[in-house]
Design a protein around this ligand. Structure first.
Ligand SMILES: Nc1ncnc2c1ncn2[C@@H]1O[C@H](COP(=O)(O)OP(=O)(O)OP(=O)(O)O)[C@@H](O)[C@H]1O
Ligand SMILES: [Mg+2]
Length: 160
């Protein structure tokens, strides 16, 4: 059984992430989507909120399972039996970081390789940070995130 592991902060999950998951789910028998708990990174949504949102959006994919992680990616892959890390690539700006991470992970554990899916053209400009920025300024995020997420995002800002 081929098991993949797609890590990210999903703060919040966007249509770009969903596209990578839907395509990744066809490459692997099972795909773990891992929401990272990173105390050094300030997130807009708490770990619980991010996990809940990702679960809600991905609930219909039978071979996709949402987990959270506060350990090294390669360690978590070993525990879950994943052979490959899945990442998305948008532009050359992603390349540097991903190149460094991939090789670093390979140094830590040469059993686990990283595979990349190139963004769908329509999502090439889309990131969680742009969605957060847009929401902060009261913009409409509905074109960029699943409907259930747009609701959560606008509720968050209505409170502020
Ligand atoms: N629109 C997109 N198209 C393809 N891949 C994407 C897209 N958005 C995110 N990804 C990929 O998803 C993975 C997890 O990304 P992450 O959770 O950091 O999202 P992000 O949009 O980059 O968020 P942030 O802006 O907060 O860094 C990364 O491999 C990233 O390249
Ligand atoms: Mg990012």
């Amino acid at each position: 059984m081929k098991i993949g592991y797609y890590p990210g902060s999903f703060d919040p999950i966007t249509n770009g992430h969903v596209d990578i998951v839907s395509r990744g789910a066809k490459l692997f028998d099972k795909l773990y989507v891992s929401v990272s708990v990173n105390p050094s990174k300030q997130t807009m949504f708490s770990t619980e909120e991010r996990v809940k949102m990702v679960k809600e959006v991905l609930k219909d994919w039978s071979n996709v399972e949402v987990v959270e992680s506060n350990i090294l990616t390669v360690e978590h892959c070993k525990i879950l039996g994943a052979s490959h890390i899945l990442r998305g690539l948008r532009a050359v700006t992603d390349y540097d970081y991903e190149f460094q991470m991939t090789n670093f992970n390979r140094k830590i554990c040469d059993q686990i390789d990283t595979v990349f899916l190139m963004t769908e053209g329509q999502y090439s400009f889309l990131s969680s940070s742009s969605v957060r920025e847009l929401a902060r300024f009261g913009g409409d995020v509905t074109p960029f995130v699943p409907a259930a997420i747009a609701k959560v995002v606008s509720e968050k800002f209505a409170k502020k």
